[in-house]
Design a protein around this ligand. Sequence first.
Ligand code: C2O
Ligand code: CU
Length: 501
Amino acid sequence: MQTPRWTAAADPTRRRLLIGGSGLAGLALLGGCTTQREPSPTPVRAGDKRVREVEARRRRKGAPVREHSLRVDPTDVDLGGPVARTWTYNSKLPGPAIRVTEGDILKVSVSNQLPEKTTIHWHGVALRNDMDGAPGITQKPIEPGATFGYEFAVPYPGTYFFHPHVGLQLDRGLYAPLIVEARDEPGRYDHDVAIVLDDWVDGAGRTPEDVLAELDRTPPLTPEGRPAKGHSEFLGGGAGEVDYPHYLINGRLAAAPETVTAKPGDRMRLRLINAGSDTTFRVALAGHRMTVTHTDGYPVEPIDADVLVVAMGERYDVIVTLESGVFPLVAAAEGKAGLARALVRTGPGRVPGDGLRPPELRSRPLMATDLTAAEDVRLDAKKPDRTHNLFLGGETDSYRWKINAKTYPDTDPLPVAEGERVRLKLVNQTMMIHPIHVHGHTFAVRTPDGRPGPRKDTVIVKANEALEIDLVADNPGQWLAHCHNLYHMERGMMVVLSYMR
Ligand code: C2O
Ligand code: CU
């Protein structure tokens, strides 16, 4: 039997036939009386007609097209004293923030001036598969000297960011916020500030490649199954294993922080983005409680917190009502020695010493599993059509990370079909945390008490714990799912969520 050229979803009769067909095949198998076989399922590739159809559905008539251009190039950046030779977008650190409104078409021309290939991944955005920036899966990487045009509809509001998806480039200066405003933003705040957290090594004596070479010489787990470094009491294991010389907020060291000015009583929305490669941050604003309103772009039932834990790839939006004075916003590297900070100034006052750890940091931190999805973004409780287990593992004798006992690119793809409700059971069999990120989808975190968990695209799986996430398979294509610890990802903790027809 030949594989038909039309797609299942484009032709409803074909879908019916398939369902009927597999039923028959089942019977035939039971009877064992036929040699006829079903056509083997084929992956829905990034260039598939179905990907274009789903994109066409996202585009509303007359949607404005927002054009930007990014030059990816080697640059010197001033971290607030030390100057580092690194790679940036448009010679800025962080790169230029892109702000659009939900429903807009974003068009970005990327010119690669690096000595190596690159791509851009639009982290968290449910976009068309062929614009996802996964090299070798959704596109050919952009060659040195070449230009590539990304163009896609931006369906949902929220706080996102973008970064390369090639090698260790994210651990240089290649990241920037992507802010998608809601069309009917109630505007219940006076200031809207992106806070990008990062761990910094490049141009400070070592490169990310040097860091990986060091990790390669150290197996991730000691023979007793303990991580060699970076233990976090709160997370029950290692939160990151690289000691970075610097930690940054918006490209600045704690000693030369970015200062945001406002008036006492103003309401400020802070969009916290962890663009770090191997650092989980504990974030607090001295003298304030934060009201958490969103995570990974999606609204939650507002909840107050003194301190938040933000892993690599996660975002949290909080609102604070400002007191009078000068207040450090501190991001302390979890399980490590350093910290990053910015300052919020609403009046006269002394700038506290750059090592100051506000008492809020010692409160019990809030994390994703404590949150409840806002009503309009809840995923209705429904039995999954398909469940995949992802056993997250490591090795004791070499620096390699695994999903279901295999290292990417040898990991077995996880098949799904469009329209299914899919459950991923993330089972962490290591003594480190793994922030697991799924491309192109926003899943619902399952809570033990049955509370509707937050919608997210990146979630911490604590050491030796399991977590279930549910998603609707509504964005056909080939999507990476991986640990957002860049070094874990580079050493294999990655898999493909593969739409099949
Ligand atoms: Cu932010 Cu596949 O990554
Ligand atoms: Cu990991």
